[in-house]
Design a protein around this ligand. Structure first.
Ligand SMILES: [Zn+2]
Length: 398
């Protein structure tokens, strides 16, 4: 070690949900002491502060790995090896990257060198760090599950209609009335907007004391707790593919506000409405796109959604170059007008014979043209045939 001077980067990481960890300051203090004692020059400091021990959000760590190729430092110092990586694979992966860049990893508390024993020690230490982290997560989960089996409140804001007394769900009668009203009105076919108006009219508020929004109504209508079911570990929005076995459902665990039948009816209605909404938002059909012409410049007019909400036909020249002053025309109006005119002029019984005659004439004209064309081609074919015959004869005669 004496022949090559060590220039080191310090790396410290702290997860705020694990109080047994050394703070970043404490980790850095230990690293600095180590550097002084061993004559190591500290050139850069990287720190990550994660909100949870299980999230893998380490921007500074990844930056440090990236910087290791720049030659700025030839060692990375951590307080403990478990600060460097979360598991063995991770550790092996990043250590190899450091090694490739000629950077060695040093742990203040663990003595590591490149002897075979140290390689074993290293993997044992990393294994223990991984075990500790997983075990901690499991212990936390166990506590939460225990709460679930006792139908205890697991934190957060309780849903409207319930209060938490001694860690248990208790019905709040006034709020429960609002919940029942929401379910009943929805089952009767009321929309979210109408339900909100009704709730506001009667002076109900959300759990946080705010006026209701479409979102809050939706959340309430979807909440199975109201039927007395206790559901724990339901997939969050980020992770809705959570394994089913991890979900704990306990029937009749908390006092019900809504009976099973009404809840089911509402769920079915929600599904139905979702389907109808989907159909309405399908791609719009512009019947007259390219068939209507601009009265100002004569360009074709095309279907358009102006300012994101008005469905219109717009002069295509204006649309492309803004060089036409004509205004958009309302889609419904112009289509209704055209359909009306079509009805009057074409679908009228008096018009039918005339239309038929015109179509026939057009058809005959087309047929005549075709016949003329065929005759012309036949004639050309004969001529070419004649010419070929002449050439063949000429060749035959030398
Ligand atoms: Zn125009």
């Amino acid at each position: 070690m004496a022949d090559t001077e060590l220039r080191a980067a310090a790396y410290a990481r702290y997860s705020s949900d694990n109080q047994r960890e050394e703070s970043i300051e404490a980790q850095l203090r230990a690293i600095k002491e180590y550097c002084e004692k061993n004559n190591i020059q500290l050139v850069k400091i990287y720190t990550d502060e994660a909100k949870s021990a299980t999230t893998d959000d380490r921007p500074a760590f990844l930056q440090m790995i990236k910087d290791s190729s720049l030659g700025l430092f030839n060692a990375v110092i951590v307080h403990k090896l478990d600060r460097f990586a979360r598991n063995r694979y991770d550790s092996a992966f990043y250590r190899r990257q450091l090694k490739k860049n000629g950077v060695k990893l040093i742990s203040v508390l663990e003595q590591l060198d490149d002897s075979p024993e140290s390689i074993i020690l290293e993997s044992v230490l990393e294994g223990m760090a991984e075990y500790y982290s997983k075990n901690l997560a499991r212990e936390v989960m166990k506590g939460l599950k225990e709460n679930a089996f006792q139908a205890k409140f697991n934190g957060g804001i309780p849903p409207l209609g319930y209060d938490i007394v001694d860690g248990k769900y208790v019905i709040n009668e006034k709020e429960a009335e609002a919940v029942r009203l929401i379910f009943e009105l929805y089952a009767q076919g009321y929309g979210y907007r109408q339900i909100i108006d009704e709730l506001n009219l009667r002076g109900y508020r959300t759990k946080k004391g705010n006026p209701f929004s479409k979102n809050s109504i939706h959340e309430i209508l979807k909440n199975e707790k109201y039927t007395g079911k206790y559901i724990f570990n339901k997939g969050t929005k980020k992770n809705h593919r959570m394994v089913k076995e991890d979900v704990i459902v306990i029937e009749n665990a908390i006092p019900a506000i809504i009976d099973e039948d009404l809840f089911k009816k509402v769920q079915e209605k929600m599904k139905e409405r979702k389907i109808t909404r989907g159909a309405n938002s399908a791609k719009r059909v512009y019947l007259l796109s390219g068939l209507v012409y601009c009265g100002v410049c004569g360009s074709k007019m095309v279907g358009c959604l102006s300012r994101g909400k008005y469905v219109t036909y717009r002069c295509s020249r204006k649309d492309r170059t803004k060089q036409c002053t004509n205004r958009d025309i309302n889609k419904e109006k112009v289509e209704a007008f055209v359909i009306d005119e079509l009805n009057k002029r074409i679908l009228d019984p008096k018009v039918a014979p005339i239309l038929a005659r015109l179509l026939n004439e057009e058809n005959q004209k087309l047929n005549r043209e075709k016949a003329e064309e065929i005759a012309f081609l036949k004639k050309r074919y004969k001529e070419v045939e004649e010419q070929m015959k002449n050439i063949v004869e000429a060749i035959a005669q030398g």
